[in-house]
Ligand binder design. Structure first.
Ligand code: MN
Length: 164
């Protein structure tokens, strides 16, 4: 789709993400629900809906609302995936859930695919661990105290500090 600037493409993504979110409770999403979810005035929603429909991202049915086309659904899913990985990443860093959710929504539009893949790998790496990783506990201790814990694990041993 032709998007003239970053703001435009960002709001396109916000709409697709919102419709995808709200759609869970049924096939169609009412434009009034989009309006209140995004905090945007109904005329602006209508305008954007028309634009998205013209570009094949959704279809609009009078009295029913909008539904995503496969193309729209695909894009929305990828934004949602970026959102989830970013939010989880921020939570690993210790950002509280509410702020992590907000910031994920702000960052998700502007992260390069390569960075995003790496970041998602990192999240999986941490989440797939059987236990809360020791190095993460050390990081949490560092955040609280500004001090490094001397790592007692056999691999690090006395070499702790080599990176500093
Ligand atoms: Mn988001």
């Amino acid at each position: 789709m032709e998007v003239s600037n970053r703001m435009t493409s960002q709001s396109v993504e916000d709409y697709l993400e919102t419709i995808y979110e709200l759609k869970k409770e049924g096939g169609y999403v009412r434009t009034t629900d989009i309006s209140s979810y995004l905090g945007v005035q109904p005329p602006s929603v209508t305008e954007m809906i028309q634009k998205l429909a013209e570009n094949g991202f959704l279809t609009y049915k009078k009295y029913k609302g909008v539904t995503l086309t496969p193309k729209g659904e695909k894009w929305a899913k990828s934004i949602k995936q970026r959102h989830m990985a970013l939010a989880k990443f921020l939570e690993i860093l210790g950002v509280d859930e509410e702020l992590a959710e907000k910031d994920a929504c702000r960052i998700e539009h502007n992260v390069h695919t390569t960075t995003m893949k790496r970041l998602a790998k990192f999240v999986d790496f941490v989440h797939e661990m059987a236990h809360h990783p020791t190095w993460l506990k050390h990081f949490e201790y560092y955040v609280k105290t500004g001090e490094h814990i001397e790592c007692k694990c056999p691999t690090c041993g006395s070499k702790m500090g080599a990176f500093r």
